[in-house]
Design a protein around this ligand. Structure first.
Ligand SMILES: [Zn+2]
Length: 444
């Protein structure tokens, strides 16, 4: 009547942390019981180890095909498994081609074939003039769409204007899919206090909070006008929290994510020339980031996603330390859970909060809230086992990303993922990959 049973004194369920036994059959959780005959050999007793749903990271740049020297499906999905991430969703850039046409989507699927060690879905891209590709991409199975309001970093993915969004949003709204928006609107800068491209302060001032605040005001207006679900990616400006809270109170279909690095690091600690910290929008001051934590606690920010966006080492300009030239993107997929747990546990949050921010709420964005992101009857058995007390240092030899550059290098993180299960099959255990290529492509 079941294939496998996972027993623990600490299972993170929607009702809270409890002891019990998770019964799995045909890859699905068929029940969570309080007790069961312990002599059954199918029961794995994990004692005090935490059993929780696998992490869902809906913001990952895999960069394949075309920029596989930046990352790629194989390395990204292996790093994910090791870090307890059982589902990722790939961004429509920085691959070549960018995923803005069905032809490009087909190229993406064939590039992913045979290389998925964890589950993977795909976002389509909105660029000026591709509105005729939206419905065909929906038919192909994209989970939603992504657009930029400022330069994306690569020329093949130009940003949209409000006029472009007015064409795209009614179509996206018709299918009840989310539109993910990189929310920065470029306007004239105030006189900067420094002019050295190696100074972090110089970079910080070059992408002010106002850019985000203006973009978010525009996107909230369009969200209301078209009743289109808008998802603000990687919120960094705390000045926008109030307008977001207001829009949510009004009942607008608006959701928001922030990134681990905005919660873990503060601008004051970033040294000049440390371009591994460059991302857009930038990591801001502690006073700002404390407010992001508050908004996360209150549910104004829905969840946390990595925005894993690596590049080749030369493009990160570590030697020159020039923030203006360096690629803007942080590599962090493997450490998504440990980083957030390290920072959150210091602020007295619990693993129930972590599960809401990394599993339950991201599942809603990708339309999987009825099948993924919870340890509950009827849910997919994508499960991880976590030692929430054990700590480790991030050293180059443990990093599975294609490149070793990450601002988390040498950080001591709390929370070791010991096992990962995909659809009830143990694929990773104690540092070893047991089964590869067990990830599924997730189509809408
Ligand atoms: Zn991104």
């Amino acid at each position: 009547m079941f294939d496998l049973a996972i027993k623990s004194k600490r299972i993170i369920t929607p009702e809270g942390e409890k002891k019990g036994i998770v019964l799995i059959k045909d890859g699905v959780i068929i029940d969570v019981l309080e007790s069961l005959d312990n002599t059954d050999e199918r029961v794995i007793d994990l004692q005090n180890k935490v059993v929780m749903p696998g992490v869902i990271d809906p913001h990952v740049h895999i960069n394949e095909p075309g920029r596989t020297d930046w990352e790629g499906f194989t390395t990204a999905t292996k790093a994910a498994l090791l870090g307890g991430v059982t589902t990722i969703v790939d961004m429509p850039l920085n691959s070549t081609p960018v995923t803005t046409t069905t032809k490009a989507f087909d190229a993406k699927l064939s590039a992913a074939h045979g290389k998925l060690h964890t589950n993977c879905g795909f976002w389509g891209g909105i660029i000026p003039g591709n509105e005729n590709e939206i419905e065909p991409l929906v038919d192909k199975g994209v989970l939603g769409f992504k657009a930029f309001l400022t330069h994306s970093g690569i020329d093949e993915f130009p940003n949209v204007t409000a006029a472009d969004l007015r064409k795209a949003m009614p179509i996206i709204a018709k299918y009840n899919l989310p539109l993910l928006v990189h929310s920065e609107l470029t306007t004239n800068l105030k006189q900067q206090t420094t002019n050295d491209n190696r100074f972090y302060q110089h970079y910080l001032e070059s992408r002010p909070r106002k850019w985000e605040d203006d973009a978010i005001a525009l996107i909230i207006q369009l969200c209301e006008e078209y009743n289109c679900h808008v998802h603000i990616v990687h919120l960094s400006s705390s000045n926008s929290i109030q307008q977001i809270a207001k829009a949510k109170q009004k009942g607008l279909p608006l959701t928001v994510e922030t990134g681990q690095h905005y919660l873990y690091f503060n601008a004051e600690e970033i040294k000049d020339g440390q371009t591994q910290f460059k991302c857009a929008p930038p990591i801001r001051e502690k006073e700002n980031n404390d407010k992001l934590w508050e908004a996360l606690k209150e549910g104004i920010i829905d969840f946390v996603a990595t925005d894993h966006s690596p590049s080749t080492p030369d493009l990160k300009e570590l030697k020159s330390g020039d923030f203006t030239k360096a690629w803007g993107g942080i590599a962090s997929l493997q450490f998504a859970l440990s980083v957030l747990w390290t920072a959150a546990s210091k602020r007295n949050f619990t693993l129930i909060d972590i599960t809401r921010w990394l599993c339950e709420n991201p599942a809603k964005l990708i339309g999987r809230q009825k099948s993924n992101g919870k340890i509950a009857k009827g849910y997919e058995a994508d499960i991880i086992v976590l030692d929430d007390q054990n700590s480790f240092s991030v050293t180059e030899d443990i990093i599975q990303h294609k490149h070793k550059i990450t601002p988390y290098l040498n950080e001591v993180l709390v929370g070791m993922v010991e096992q990962t299960y995909l659809s009830g099959e143990k694929v990773f255990d104690s540092g070893k990959f047991l089964h590869l290529n067990k990830g599924n492509i997730i189509l809408r």
